[in-house]
Design a binder for this molecule. Structure first.
Ligand SMILES: O=P(O)(O)OC[C@H]1O[C@H](OP(=O)(O)OP(=O)(O)O)[C@H](O)[C@@H]1O
Ligand SMILES: NC(=O)CC[C@H](N)C(=O)O
Ligand SMILES: [Mg+2]
Length: 485
């Protein structure tokens, strides 16, 4: 779940891209990059770390042009530390293409083989994004010469790309001499929204971004989500073309966006993330009411930050006092998306501190959005006990995570998941809690898409059912053997 953004403007875009990336920081903290097109020349800056510290004034000055894109990375392929895998990626032929990608491809082995053996393309990293870009370049190249570089040539190329690529991809590219292209995989697993505002001389300015909060902050109106399988071309002069490029589509957005990844003030696929989290809290409260007896709990607390809306609603429904028992150090980022278990564990301690007075002698109910590796919950339960809690009940607004996530969240191995092979009671014991309550899968589904026209969600990490239908046991075994960070 990286964050991506593209701007087509009537003035310089460098600052706009920077501002957008700051707003998308919660989607990736490993590295970031910005690219702009100024006439025929691309300018590209890639850096490690957080956006705020990464760019120097001279980097920004060099990023001239009225069209550009940006990326914040949370590595799901290759390595978080490899500078060669920082996005955007660039190829010089045909025309010159720069691309950013949010998602994770699941047929990387086949693609690398085809690109090397048949298409004679050199790949310089383990990044699946480099593969995606080279497939796009190859599809475009194969439609030349003859075809002009028109939106239709791009759309035909993306149809070719959809036929070759499997997995999840929300992507934005700059194509020299044409403009910007945005496209989404046929299942719409990762989000992508389109916004418009009026620029100089009444001309349209466009933005495409992972989350709608980028649009609101920049004063853009939300036009719509990019549809699954659709591609949009916006020329340098701001003209927009679109086409459905996939033979068949089925919207099945990633449920984990709503559980944890996205910011609550975003709306994606027409669903408010905040409201879906309130509904998760409501459903969880109903389950807790069935499982707990009155007097079991004195006080309910959220694990900052992502659990807050669900916890708030849960307390309200249950009629239990809501307290902030953990204070958060705002200078430590999101721990789940940090690379490496050692740093994640250390950072939970640095990030959260228990306020003794809220715990002493109390039966506490701690609410988190999810339990994945159990890094946070284990530490938190211990902190609650050290602070004097009489008993600790833990509730998770998401169901038990028992399966790898292969569509853009870095949890590729079963062994690292605390719920793998464990019953609810065994997970409770593993995290040191007296009792544990998980959301049910149907309730999560209902909380996210209930009352909308959407009928499907990617719930694979909870159910083991992968929406693309191409994820085999052999692939999962390969993934487990090859990815450990
Ligand atoms: O079981 P785990 O492997 O620890 O993963 C789950 C935890 O990680 C996330 O928090 P994070 O600190 O990343 O971000 P937040 O501040 O947005 O809650 C999530 O909100 C859970 O608290
Ligand atoms: N989280 C993501 O979307 C990651 C994108 C890409 N797979 C990478 O590792 O760079
Ligand atoms: Mg958290």
């Amino acid at each position: 779940m990286c964050g991506i953004v593209g701007h087509v403007s009537t003035g310089p875009v460098n600052q706009q891209i920077y501002d957008s990336l700051l707003l998308l920081q919660h989607r990736g903290q490993d590295s970031s990059g910005i690219a702009t097109a100024d006439g025929e020349t691309f300018h590209l800056v890639k850096t490690k770390g957080h956006v705020r510290e990464a760019y120097r004034t001279r980097d920004m000055r060099n990023l001239t042009g009225n069209i550009g894109l940006g990326h914040v990375r949370y590595a799901t392929a290759g390595s978080a530390n490899n500078v060669d895998e920082v996005q955007p990626f660039y190829v010089n032929a045909p025309y010159g293409i720069i691309l950013v990608h949010n998602g994770n491809l699941t047929n990387t082995r086949e693609l690398s083989d085809e690109l090397y053996r048949i298409d004679r393309r050199h790949l310089n990293s383990e990044s699946d994004t480099e593969l995606l870009l080279n497939v796009l370049a190859n599809e475009l190249q194969s439609r030349l010469p003859g075809d002009e570089l028109t939106p239709d040539t791009i759309f035909d190329s993306i149809t070719g790309l959809h036929d070759r690529v499997e997995g999840s991809y929300a992507s934005i590219a700059l194509i020299s001499g044409l403009g910007m292209v945005a496209f989404r995989d046929p299942f719409g697993i990762r989000p992508l929204v389109l916004g418009r505002r009026e620029g100089e001389h009444g001309r349209d300015e466009w933005v495409v971004a992972s989350e709608s909060l980028v649009l609101e902050s920049g004063g853009y109106e939300l036009v719509r989500d990019v549809a699954p399988g659709e591609a949009i071309v916006i020329t340098e002069s701001g003209e927009l073309f679109s086409r459905q490029c996939a033979a068949s589509t089925r919207l099945a957005p990633c449920s984990f966006e709503y559980v944890y990844l996205a910011r609550p003030d975003s709306v994606m696929n027409g669903i408010s993330v905040y409201e879906s989290r309130l509904r998760m809290g409501r459903k969880l409260a109903e389950k807790a009411r069935r499982e707990l007896t009155a007097g079991d709990i004195d006080v309910l607390m959220p694990i900052p930050d992502s659990a807050r809306p669900s916890a708030m609603e849960m307390a309200q429904v249950l009629g239990i006092p809501y307290r902030e028992g953990f204070y958060k150090n705002r200078y430590v980022g999101r721990t789940f998306i940090m690379p490496g278990q050692k740093v994640r564990k250390k950072s939970v301690r640095q990030k959260l501190n228990a306020l003794g007075t809220e715990f002493k002698g109390k039966n506490v109910l701690l609410v988190d959005d999810s339990i994945v590796r159990g890094t946070t919950s284990k530490e938190i339960v211990e902190m609650a006990r050290m602070a004097g809690a009489k008993s600790v009940t833990f509730a998770s607004a998401a169901p038990a995570v028992r399966h790898p996530h292969v569509y853009g969240i870095n949890m590729p191995t079963r062994a690292e998941l605390v719920a793998n092979g464990r019953s609810t009671e065994e997970v409770a014991a593993a995290i040191g809690a007296n009792r544990l309550i998980y959301q049910d899968v149907d309730d999560l589904k209902d909380a996210i898409i209930g009352g909308t026209d959407i009928t499907e969600l990617d719930l694979s990490c909870f159910t083991g059912e992968y929406v693309t239908g191409t994820v085999t046991a052999e692939y999962l075994a390969w993934l487990e053997a090859n990815r450990t960070s």
